[in-house]
Design a protein around this ligand. Sequence first.
Ligand SMILES: *[C@@H]1O[C@H](CO)[C@@H](O)[C@H](O)[C@H]1NC(C)=O
Ligand SMILES: *[C@@H]1O[C@H](CO)[C@@H](O)[C@H](O)[C@H]1NC(C)=O
Ligand SMILES: *[C@@H]1O[C@H](CO)[C@@H](O)[C@H](O)[C@H]1NC(C)=O
Length: 470
Amino acid sequence: MKSLFLPSAFTVLHTAWSASWIVPGAVWYDTTGKKIDAHGGGVVQRGSTWYWIGYSASDNQTPLMYQSTDLVNWENLGKQAPSVTGMWRPKFASPNGSSFWLYGQQDRNALSLSSSQFVGGYSQKAKGLLPPNKYSYSDTGMFYDKTTNIWYLLTSADHNTVQINKINSDGSIGSLASSLTKGAYEAPGILESDGVYFLIVSGKTGYRANANQAFWSTSLAGPWTGPADIAPAAEKTYNSQNTYEFVVKGTQATTHIYMGDAWDSKGTAASNYVWLPVAVDAKNRKVTLQYHAMWKVDAATGVVSYPATRKRYTAAGAEVSGGWGLVAKTKRCFPGDDVDCHVAAAASNTRQQQHQRKPMVHRLRTGDEMTFRNVTGLGLGASSSGYEWVSVLYTVNDADAGEAYIKVNGEHQGVPVNLTEYNSRAGHHHTVPVRLRLDAGDLNTITLGAVGTEGFEMEVEGLELYHEDE
Ligand SMILES: *[C@@H]1O[C@H](CO)[C@@H](O)[C@H](O)[C@H]1NC(C)=O
Ligand SMILES: *[C@@H]1O[C@H](CO)[C@@H](O)[C@H](O)[C@H]1NC(C)=O
Ligand SMILES: *[C@@H]1O[C@H](CO)[C@@H](O)[C@H](O)[C@H]1NC(C)=O
């Protein structure tokens, strides 16, 4: 089946890109249509604008900044320190309010940059080991404690210690606030709610995702209690690794947001992002990621919302070549992981939704295809280049053994595109939103196929289209 695919990776030229949802794992584009390249980063708010600073995986780990007013459409503000390379996981701080700093790891040292302005103009200020014990360090995290007006640098240092150091008002790295010495953890971030601090960390498995966990304390001086899972362990943090936590404090709700990186196997620029709202139960010292295939948060009100389904196309209405045919299967909400399902069930006000028997085409194997005809596109036109979200509802028996591919209206001369090229969650979740160009009207054709090893099988429930309610 390899011959089906062109050797070179396919690329799409996007223009005037506009996005309407946060879609964990999907390829996210900036406002010019370029893939967002801000890995290991963090998001800070200034006024009504949000700034996302991370490192460029395509350009020697130099810090890049993006800005947004809705946390969905991001404008690239470019390199922040053009002469700085090899700076991993840059995080922003403003320790005295009138100077601007980026901290990150370079050669296992803490590298700090500063600028007299917030955007751009950053240059190296210091590079060194961590006080008080001259530890070398790896991952960088950052936390601003509003109760004391102090910024804290979080690091995973020597001997697997997660260290929390104050940042002095002159930008130098100050005294140790506390450290977490049990276990082997990295990629630290902190969120605070009702006086309880949650320190979120990942395990150490390189670029392979693991079950990230949280420790808690009522003081940044520790001690830290835990760990507890922040998501069902088997989900491996929805195939992501923590990089930062931030909060949208709106007029109606306070929404904490987990920012994770969905690394590819080598941490290249093909890596994507997983952002999710976090349910915080300060009283019971528990934080839980709320998984949604698509969501957004209103930056003014803080309220989280989900797209409404416009149309569904079920497997029963598709033309199938191959596979073992149509079977009715009970679609149920999977424990923990499937918040979407529970939300849909709650919204429909019936329990049936959770236990409805749905027709699915099962045992699609390499070479088998199914085609949905007469799919209604919105023809979005210039406002978003005609791209719209389409979820493919399917499961596979083994995400490492093969993939689902998709063809739209014979696009790219009928060259199939693996869904993983559009969304890192492909194969790992049963709702996989991908952004496609559909023609306006009812005559779009979408073909899905399976490609993989001999034992690879997939089972398809259908397609889901959404209202673009922007
Ligand atoms: C803030 O820190 C910078 C860098 O150390 C320094 O130049 C500036 O004078 C400080 N400003 C205040 C208000 O402390
Ligand atoms: C698709 O629409 C065309 C034109 O309305 C119609 O003739 C055809 O039967 C439809 N095909 C399917 C599979 O629904
Ligand atoms: C699509 O996935 C299959 C199965 O994993 C793989 O063999 C193939 O190389 C992939 N195609 C592209 C273009 O990446």
